[in-house]
Design a protein. Structure first.
Length: 223
Protein backbone atom coordinates (compact mmCIF):
# COMPACT_ATOMS: atom_id res chain seq x y z
CA UNK A 1 0.00 0.00 0.00
CA UNK A 2 1.27 3.46 -0.90
CA UNK A 3 0.15 6.94 0.05
CA UNK A 4 -0.35 8.76 -3.26
CA UNK A 5 -1.14 12.31 -4.34
CA UNK A 6 -3.03 12.80 -7.60
CA UNK A 7 -3.23 16.30 -9.09
CA UNK A 8 -5.53 16.19 -12.12
CA UNK A 9 -8.24 18.67 -13.12
CA UNK A 10 -10.13 16.40 -15.54
CA UNK A 11 -12.92 15.09 -13.32
CA UNK A 12 -13.63 11.92 -15.28
CA UNK A 13 -9.97 10.95 -15.65
CA UNK A 14 -9.19 11.87 -12.05
CA UNK A 15 -12.04 9.76 -10.73
CA UNK A 16 -11.04 6.82 -12.94
CA UNK A 17 -7.41 6.95 -11.81
CA UNK A 18 -8.32 7.35 -8.15
CA UNK A 19 -10.85 4.51 -8.16
CA UNK A 20 -8.38 2.13 -9.79
CA UNK A 21 -5.56 3.04 -7.43
CA UNK A 22 -7.84 2.58 -4.42
CA UNK A 23 -8.87 -0.82 -5.80
CA UNK A 24 -5.16 -1.68 -5.92
CA UNK A 25 -4.97 -0.97 -2.19
CA UNK A 26 -3.44 2.51 -2.25
CA UNK A 27 -4.48 5.59 -0.27
CA UNK A 28 -5.13 8.44 -2.71
CA UNK A 29 -5.50 12.18 -2.14
CA UNK A 30 -6.97 13.83 -5.24
CA UNK A 31 -6.65 17.54 -5.93
CA UNK A 32 -7.87 19.31 -9.06
CA UNK A 33 -5.15 21.95 -8.84
CA UNK A 34 -3.17 24.19 -6.51
CA UNK A 35 -3.51 27.91 -5.96
CA UNK A 36 -0.56 27.95 -3.56
CA UNK A 37 2.43 25.64 -3.62
CA UNK A 38 2.33 25.44 0.17
CA UNK A 39 -0.92 23.46 -0.06
CA UNK A 40 1.03 20.20 -0.30
CA UNK A 41 3.84 18.59 1.70
CA UNK A 42 5.69 16.27 -0.71
CA UNK A 43 7.29 14.32 2.13
CA UNK A 44 3.83 13.03 3.09
CA UNK A 45 3.52 10.91 -0.06
CA UNK A 46 5.17 7.83 -1.53
CA UNK A 47 4.57 9.08 -5.09
CA UNK A 48 2.82 11.92 -6.91
CA UNK A 49 0.86 11.76 -10.17
CA UNK A 50 0.92 15.24 -11.67
CA UNK A 51 -0.90 16.72 -14.66
CA UNK A 52 0.83 19.55 -16.55
CA UNK A 53 -2.14 21.69 -17.61
CA UNK A 54 -3.85 22.73 -14.38
CA UNK A 55 -5.79 25.71 -13.04
CA UNK A 56 -3.66 27.90 -10.80
CA UNK A 57 -0.10 26.61 -10.68
CA UNK A 58 0.83 24.46 -13.68
CA UNK A 59 2.45 21.07 -13.33
CA UNK A 60 5.94 22.28 -14.16
CA UNK A 61 5.77 24.93 -11.41
CA UNK A 62 4.53 22.35 -8.92
CA UNK A 63 7.31 19.95 -9.89
CA UNK A 64 9.96 22.63 -9.39
CA UNK A 65 8.54 23.30 -5.93
CA UNK A 66 8.56 19.60 -5.06
CA UNK A 67 12.18 19.16 -6.09
CA UNK A 68 13.39 21.93 -3.79
CA UNK A 69 12.93 19.66 -0.79
CA UNK A 70 11.98 16.17 -1.92
CA UNK A 71 12.83 13.37 -4.31
CA UNK A 72 9.43 11.70 -4.04
CA UNK A 73 8.74 9.87 -7.33
CA UNK A 74 6.70 12.01 -9.74
CA UNK A 75 4.83 10.63 -12.75
CA UNK A 76 3.72 13.45 -15.04
CA UNK A 77 0.67 12.99 -17.26
CA UNK A 78 -0.33 15.46 -19.94
CA UNK A 79 -2.11 16.04 -23.22
CA UNK A 80 1.04 17.95 -24.14
CA UNK A 81 2.95 14.99 -25.50
CA UNK A 82 5.52 16.73 -27.69
CA UNK A 83 9.16 15.79 -27.27
CA UNK A 84 9.87 19.33 -26.04
CA UNK A 85 7.34 18.96 -23.21
CA UNK A 86 8.61 15.51 -22.27
CA UNK A 87 12.17 16.78 -22.18
CA UNK A 88 11.15 19.75 -20.05
CA UNK A 89 9.45 17.47 -17.54
CA UNK A 90 12.49 15.20 -17.33
CA UNK A 91 14.86 18.16 -17.04
CA UNK A 92 12.79 19.35 -14.07
CA UNK A 93 13.42 15.92 -12.49
CA UNK A 94 10.14 14.12 -13.21
CA UNK A 95 10.74 10.39 -12.88
CA UNK A 96 8.47 9.54 -15.81
CA UNK A 97 6.23 11.34 -18.33
CA UNK A 98 3.13 9.78 -19.88
CA UNK A 99 1.26 11.48 -22.71
CA UNK A 100 -2.55 11.44 -22.85
CA UNK A 101 -4.52 9.55 -23.92
CA UNK A 102 -2.98 6.47 -22.33
CA UNK A 103 -4.01 2.94 -21.47
CA UNK A 104 -4.83 2.61 -17.78
CA UNK A 105 -2.76 -0.57 -17.58
CA UNK A 106 0.32 1.24 -18.87
CA UNK A 107 -0.23 3.99 -16.30
CA UNK A 108 -0.50 1.43 -13.50
CA UNK A 109 2.66 -0.39 -14.60
CA UNK A 110 4.66 2.82 -14.81
CA UNK A 111 3.53 3.91 -11.36
CA UNK A 112 4.24 0.48 -9.88
CA UNK A 113 7.75 0.63 -11.30
CA UNK A 114 8.38 4.00 -9.65
CA UNK A 115 7.10 2.73 -6.31
CA UNK A 116 9.10 -0.48 -6.56
CA UNK A 117 12.38 1.25 -7.41
CA UNK A 118 12.13 4.11 -4.94
CA UNK A 119 12.93 3.90 -1.24
CA UNK A 120 10.06 5.04 0.95
CA UNK A 121 10.46 8.33 2.79
CA UNK A 122 8.73 6.77 5.80
CA UNK A 123 11.40 4.07 6.21
CA UNK A 124 14.95 5.42 5.77
CA UNK A 125 17.42 2.79 4.61
CA UNK A 126 20.07 1.69 7.08
CA UNK A 127 23.48 1.82 5.40
CA UNK A 128 26.34 0.94 7.70
CA UNK A 129 26.30 3.30 10.65
CA UNK A 130 23.91 5.72 8.96
CA UNK A 131 20.36 6.03 7.63
CA UNK A 132 19.72 7.24 4.10
CA UNK A 133 16.48 9.12 3.40
CA UNK A 134 16.23 9.63 -0.34
CA UNK A 135 13.10 11.76 -0.39
CA UNK A 136 14.33 14.24 2.22
CA UNK A 137 17.79 14.22 0.59
CA UNK A 138 19.82 13.50 3.71
CA UNK A 139 21.89 10.95 5.59
CA UNK A 140 21.47 10.67 9.36
CA UNK A 141 24.71 9.63 11.04
CA UNK A 142 25.43 9.68 14.77
CA UNK A 143 22.43 11.93 15.34
CA UNK A 144 23.50 14.46 12.73
CA UNK A 145 21.62 15.27 9.51
CA UNK A 146 23.95 15.55 6.53
CA UNK A 147 22.21 17.10 3.50
CA UNK A 148 22.90 15.70 0.05
CA UNK A 149 22.67 17.31 -3.35
CA UNK A 150 20.21 15.99 -5.91
CA UNK A 151 22.90 14.11 -7.82
CA UNK A 152 24.50 12.72 -4.67
CA UNK A 153 21.07 11.32 -3.78
CA UNK A 154 20.66 9.77 -7.20
CA UNK A 155 24.11 8.19 -7.16
CA UNK A 156 23.65 6.69 -3.71
CA UNK A 157 20.16 5.44 -4.54
CA UNK A 158 21.46 3.78 -7.72
CA UNK A 159 24.16 1.99 -5.76
CA UNK A 160 21.77 0.89 -3.02
CA UNK A 161 19.18 -0.26 -5.56
CA UNK A 162 21.75 -2.57 -7.21
CA UNK A 163 23.28 -4.51 -4.30
CA UNK A 164 26.26 -6.79 -4.93
CA UNK A 165 26.52 -5.64 -8.53
CA UNK A 166 29.58 -3.92 -9.97
CA UNK A 167 28.48 -0.62 -11.52
CA UNK A 168 30.76 1.23 -13.89
CA UNK A 169 31.24 4.95 -13.49
CA UNK A 170 29.52 5.49 -16.84
CA UNK A 171 26.50 3.47 -15.68
CA UNK A 172 26.27 5.56 -12.53
CA UNK A 173 26.55 8.81 -14.49
CA UNK A 174 23.80 7.71 -16.90
CA UNK A 175 21.49 6.92 -13.98
CA UNK A 176 22.09 10.17 -12.12
CA UNK A 177 22.34 12.53 -15.10
CA UNK A 178 19.81 11.06 -17.61
CA UNK A 179 19.29 14.25 -19.63
CA UNK A 180 21.80 16.80 -18.31
CA UNK A 181 25.37 17.22 -19.52
CA UNK A 182 27.31 14.47 -17.74
CA UNK A 183 30.17 15.27 -15.36
CA UNK A 184 33.59 13.65 -15.42
CA UNK A 185 34.02 10.25 -13.82
CA UNK A 186 36.09 11.97 -11.14
CA UNK A 187 32.84 13.43 -9.79
CA UNK A 188 31.65 9.90 -8.99
CA UNK A 189 34.91 9.15 -7.19
CA UNK A 190 34.49 12.28 -5.06
CA UNK A 191 30.91 11.29 -4.18
CA UNK A 192 32.09 7.84 -3.09
CA UNK A 193 34.75 9.36 -0.84
CA UNK A 194 32.06 11.49 0.83
CA UNK A 195 29.66 8.56 1.26
CA UNK A 196 32.36 6.39 2.84
CA UNK A 197 33.25 9.06 5.38
CA UNK A 198 29.62 9.09 6.49
CA UNK A 199 28.56 5.44 6.41
CA UNK A 200 31.70 3.32 6.91
CA UNK A 201 33.08 2.46 10.34
CA UNK A 202 36.57 2.82 8.86
CA UNK A 203 36.53 4.79 5.58
CA UNK A 204 40.10 3.68 4.82
CA UNK A 205 38.94 0.04 4.90
CA UNK A 206 35.48 0.19 3.30
CA UNK A 207 33.16 -2.78 3.59
CA UNK A 208 29.95 -1.31 2.17
CA UNK A 209 30.92 0.60 -0.97
CA UNK A 210 33.78 -1.33 -2.54
CA UNK A 211 36.07 -0.28 -5.38
CA UNK A 212 36.52 -2.76 -8.21
CA UNK A 213 39.75 -1.79 -9.93
CA UNK A 214 39.19 -0.84 -13.54
CA UNK A 215 35.48 -1.66 -13.31
CA UNK A 216 33.65 0.64 -10.90
CA UNK A 217 31.94 0.31 -7.54
CA UNK A 218 29.83 -2.27 -5.70
CA UNK A 219 27.38 -1.75 -2.84
CA UNK A 220 27.49 -4.61 -0.33
CA UNK A 221 24.59 -4.63 2.20
CA UNK A 222 25.56 -5.48 5.76
CA UNK A 223 23.63 -7.99 7.84
Amino acid sequence: MANLLLIEDDEMLGLTIKDNLVMDGHVVTWKEGLNELSEIDPATYDAIVLDVMLPGKNGFEILQHIRISSQVPVLMISARGSSADRIKGLELKADDYLAKPFELKEFQLRLERLLRNSPSSAVPQVIGKAKFNYQSMEIISEGQSIPLSLHECKVLRFLVSNPNRVLSRDEIISAAWPVENPPSTRTIDNFIVKFRKIIEQDPSQPKIILSQRGLGYKFVPQE
